[in-house]
Design a protein. Structure first.
Length: 223
């Protein structure tokens, strides 16, 4: 195994959970090796189980230790890389709160607006429950920007783990052409402009795997 930590991820086009620690690590300047295991292929689970006790991605392999779950990976890394969270105590607590809300919530948004970077589904997925969760995202982003965003264009000014946790939502809003209020649009544009995220998007576009259950979510109308 590499002397560097190894981040095991799935398909970049589909795996929102893989994106979160990958982006956090890139933005924090943490050196790591990437091991991509395409999902839902015949040997995918067996390959993942060799590295991750859950057989799922992401998983960080650091020496002889495996850390699975996106937020657990971020918290593990934050112990040796404090810049992953805001330095102010109250801002840090809020950043952890909004990250935990993303981690455990927004089930309808996940279900009806799955991450698919290569597709475009304007107007799709807008159930009443999804619309309510979108409004919650708007409120959360607006509040964080108003209270903590003076130092930069991100939720807490400088890019931090909370922005990495919400980056897949930014990508979903692009796929499904969600109209964003001005404050949220400016925030989303700042996230989309990050070179690391642009690199991820380009890699997703270059992937050859297609997962029918995700690509056919709304039929072939998706461009």
């Amino acid at each position: 195994m590499s002397a560097l930590p190894v981040l095991v991820i799935g398909n970049k086009n589909y795996s929102s959970w893989s994106l979160r620690p990958w982006l956090a690590m890139r933005e924090a300047g943490i050196a790591f090796e990437e091991l991509r295991i395409p999902m839902f292929e015949a040997d995918s689970r067996a390959a993942m189980l060799r590295l991750s006790p859950t057989g799922k991605v992401p998983c960080l392999v650091d020496g002889s230790h495996a850390i699975w779950d996106s937020l657990a990976i971020i918290e593990y890394l934050a112990e040796s890389h404090p810049g992953l969270w805001p330095t102010d105590r109250l801002a840090r607590a809020t950043a952890r709160s909004v990250s935990a809300e993303m981690h455990s919530g927004f089930a309808q948004l996940r279900t009806h607006m799955g991450m698919n970077i290569r597709k475009r589904y304007p107007g799709r997925g807008r159930t009443p429950e999804v619309l309510a969760e979108i409004e919650r995202v708007f409120a959360l982003w607006t509040d964080c920007r108003a209270r903590y965003g003076a130092g930069g264009p991100f939720l807490f000014g400088s890019f931090c783990a909370a922005d990495a946790m919400y980056a897949p939502v930014v990508l979903r809003f692009e796929t499904y052409a969600v109209d964003l209020p001005p404050v949220c649009r400016a925030y989303a544009d700042a996230v989309l402009a990050r070179p690391a995220l642009r690199e991820w998007i380009a890699a997703a576009a270059a992937e050859t795997e297609a997962i029918a259950a995700y690509d056919d979510l709304y039929g072939e109308a998706g461009a």
